[in-house]
Design a protein around this ligand. Sequence first.
Ligand code: 13P
Length: 264
Amino acid sequence: MASKYVMNKLLGVYIMARKPIIAGNWKMNNNKAESKALIEELLPLVKDAQCDVVICTPFTDLWTAVDLTKGSNIHVGAQNVHWAEKGAFTGEISAKMLVELGVEYVIIGHSERRQYFGETDATVNARVKAALAAGLKPIICVGETLEEREAGKVEEVLVRQTKGALADLSKDDIDNFVIAYEPVWAIGTGRTATADVANDTIAIIRRTLGEIFCPKCAERIRIQYGGSMNPKNVKELMAQPEIDGGLIGGASLKAVDFSQVVNY
Ligand code: 13P
């Protein structure tokens, strides 16, 4: 039986050990009017979702998203957060600012930030600690490039990124963050990791989480797959024992597509 299910001895049935979580990463898309239209269309389509549903909008759309999703099952996330509480950091946003707005989640260490904005394992770790301290739930991204995969360095890269991102965290934190495995070569390319490859790679991350915290702790941590996930491939990916959800880019910008992923 798949490891995401555990036997409930009292009921004599297998139940989900980890609640799936599907999050949309809008990236730098949607103005206020577009956000409003997308969320209003999405609300009725995902209201019966069996998983946690999150939309991660640009900073400028967060207020609109929090306002429109009040009382619904859609949770709101940001796409980055600074590690300092406040101060002379022109252009940055603190975790407390996000919390005060009603934001619950924050994507940290997305490969686009690592690639274009100098994000490192150390800055990812600093952001994760600040987010957790403020009560935000980080969605922490890890993933190898095509070059790294072809050079046989997948495990080395993922162990380094995972240990780096989670340095100094304690077992008390394990229910408050999500890991997103996003192979860089599968993002926005239409090239999805096969379900097998995604599952096996996520198993490496879970083993690493076991080393950092404890094997039982690792069984509780949710790990998403991200990279060209869409209504067509979601079922197969979500059927994998190690895959607990998705971080969705392109397909999260259309209400019907995103709802089909959420309602897989
Ligand atoms: P796509 O779903 O567009 O490939 O993007 C994935 C991603 O980067 C989500 O964070």
